[in-house]
Every structure is written in C-alpha cells, then in structure tokens.
Ligand binder design. Structure first.
Ligand code: ATP
Length: 320
C-alpha cells in the first residue's frame, strides 16, 4: 500500500495542561478519504484540529505525514477565525497559499500562478477574484479559504467547521466540494462539523469523539446502526435511524393513509407533527391523489387542497 502523504496520528494526547481532552489516540487519514470529525460542543474538536495542524502543542504523542512533522508543504488548514486582512482581494488571499514555497524567491513564479488559477477554477470562484475580502459573504469567504488551501498543494487538508453559519445550499456545496477534492485529487480531507445529516450522506468515514477521551471510527451507517451517535450525543426526541423527530402522540388520534412515495411521507410528517398517528384500519380513511404537479387529499367524501386544510379539518371536527 502506498503510504505517501498519509496523515498518521500516534498515541496523541490533546488538551491544556491538566485539562486533557483526548488521550492516547492513534488514527490514520488516508489519501483520497473524506472524513468528518463529529462530537458534542466543547468536547475538543477544534483543539484536536489545531493540534493535528501543528498549531497547538500535543500533550503527548505525535502527528506525522511521511514520517515528518507537519509542515506547510504537507498540510493546509482552514480555521474559523475571521480573516484580519480584510483589505486584500480574494485573489491576493489565495496567493498566500503559495507563500510557503517562496523561500529565497520574492515573487510568485509562472508555475505558482498556474496552481493558483487551477485552485480558483476547481472551487468555481472566478467571479470573486477581484472582490475585497470584507465584501464577501460567509459562504463566499469559505470558498476562498478552501481555494487558498488548495493553492498550498498539500496531500492533506484539515478544516474546522467550514459549514458553520451557512445556509443549506452552501453547506451542501461545501461538503460536496470537499468530498470531490478528496476523491478526485487524492487528498486526505478531515472536516469537523455539526452537520449530522450532511456528514451521514457524504463522508467516507466518521471520527466520533467519545466520553472516555478516545475517538471511534467507522462508516457513518455502522455508527447509526450500532447507536454510537445516540450514545455520544444523548439524542432525545430524535430518532437518528429514521431521521425523524419523535412526537408525543395523542394516542386516541389516528387515521388510515393511502398513498405512496414522497407525498405519503410528507403527509405522514404533517399528521404526526400535529399529534395524529398513522396506522392501518384506524379512524378516517385519507387518500392522496396527484393532479399533475399538485396533490389533493380525500377524506369523508371531501377534497382538501392543502395539508393545512386537511389537518385543521381533522382536528376541529375531531375526525380522528
Ligand atoms: N486556549 C484554550 N485554553 C484553555 N482551554 C481551552 C482553550 N481552547 C479551548 N479550551 C477548552 O477546551 C475544551 C474544548 O474546546 P474546543 O473548542 O476544542 O471544543 P469543540 O469540540 O471544538 O467545541 P464546539 O463544538 O463547541 O466548537 C473546552 O472546555 C474549552 O473551554
């Protein structure tokens, strides 16, 4: 197996003096892997990311790439700190990704510029190049920071909560971009995130923090099925296996629902969210019909044009 560019964490302890967050963890981030680091607030994910990136001294143990300590040539890091160089253009900020390679040179070479342009293109932010950093939205800045990390041309990239404060589209875009970077450019990409739903659907693997200061690793689906997420997050009122909020049903209220596909799922969602159970042969019969690109609901020889109308009728008339 080719181990070149692999991140190896050996017997690592992380924390602040006597305040130990992780103890004796040994993990490997392979090239081509997109891994999400997950765990509850305050457990130490940011501290671990900083320690892996060489920005914080480990309490014990080591982090190596190619048997060498972490260097700017081997690992790029994206943190959550707001950029202080607000007056730079996005292009100038991305250029900084090449500075570790300047050594005795004072100017970027043609090859540096080619790598920078490639990074900008990969992230798809050509139109942001000349904008000042202070004028960028949170999502745009995150993309620029990822381009800067790509310009650094390292086998490993680690990012601390790159999707925080972003809307659903941007969160999804960033997670897919990072996964593509790992797969298509054969990089090891480690991301700390609270985005459970997106991580479950995009990550090649999860590093899940444990109360005993260790980290459990595995396929996202295995960690769902063996309750590892429930144990660490102490999920209450949310069933991770179905991906649904658990409602307190008023047991006396239930209906029979005929239908299938996503209209069935969203009808069930609306009913359950309003305390109405769905089970065979109980209460009123509800049939979902599709009329072109819209749906109607039939109950008790009446037609309802929205779920709101249906639920209000069921509750007000106590037809359940
Ligand atoms: N510079 C520091 N000095 C001392 N303690 C710190 C320092 N930074 C963080 N801590 C403490 O370390 C613990 C872990 O913090 P950290 O930010 O690493 O957690 P986290 O898992 O990233 O949390 P969140 O999900 O809320 O971002 C917390 O108790 C925090 O107060």
């Amino acid at each position: 197996m080719n181990t070149e560019g692999m991140l190896v964490i050996k017997d690592l302890s992380v924390g602040y003096g006597a305040h130990k967050l992780f103890e004796h963890i040994s993990l490997t981030l392979h090239r081509g892997e997109f891994i999400c680091l997950m765990g509850p607030n305050g457990i130490g994910k940011s501290s671990l990311i900083r320690t892996i990136a060489g920005l914080q001294k480990p309490l014990a143990g080591q982090v190596k790439i190619d048997h060498d300590n972490i260097r700017a040539h081997s690992l790029a890091v994206v943190l959550t700190d707001r950029i202080t160089a607000q007056n730079l253009t996005a292009h100038e900020l991305i250029n900084l990704g090449r500075y570790p390679y300047l050594t005795w040179r004072v100017k970027l070479t043609k090859q540096d510029h080619a790598i920078i342009e490639q990074a900008i293109e990969q992230v798809g932010i050509q139109e942001l190049k000349n904008r000042r950093v202070q004028e960028l939205s949170d999502g745009q800045l995150q993309l620029v920071m990822i381009a800067r990390a790509l310009a650094q041309n390292t086998p490993v990239i680690v990012l601390d909560e790159p999707t925080a404060h972003l809307d659903l589209n941007n969160r999804l875009e960033i997670m897919k971009l990072l996964k593509n970077i790992a797969h298509q450019q054969n990089k090891g990409v480690l991301v700390s995130t609270h985005d459970l739903d997106l991580a479950l659907q995009t990550a090649d693997g999860i590093w899940l923090t444990q109360r005993d200061k260790t980290i459990l690793t595995g396929f996202p689906e295995d960690l769902v099925l063996n309750n590892a997420f429930d144990t660490i997050f102490q999920l209450k009122g949310f069933d991770l296996k179905t991906g649904k909020v658990v409602h307190d049903y008023q047991q006396s209220l239930s209906v029979t629902l005929d239908g299938d596909g996503y209209s069935f799922l969203w009808t069930k969602n609306a009913l359950e969210r309003n305390g109405i159970g769905v089970s065979p042969n109980s209460g009123v019969d509800i049939t979902i019909q599709s009329h072109g690109d819209r749906f109607v609901w039939l109950a008790d020889r009446q037609q309802f044009d929205s779920l709101q109308d249906l639920v209000h009728w069921l509750i007000s008339a106590k037809h359940v």
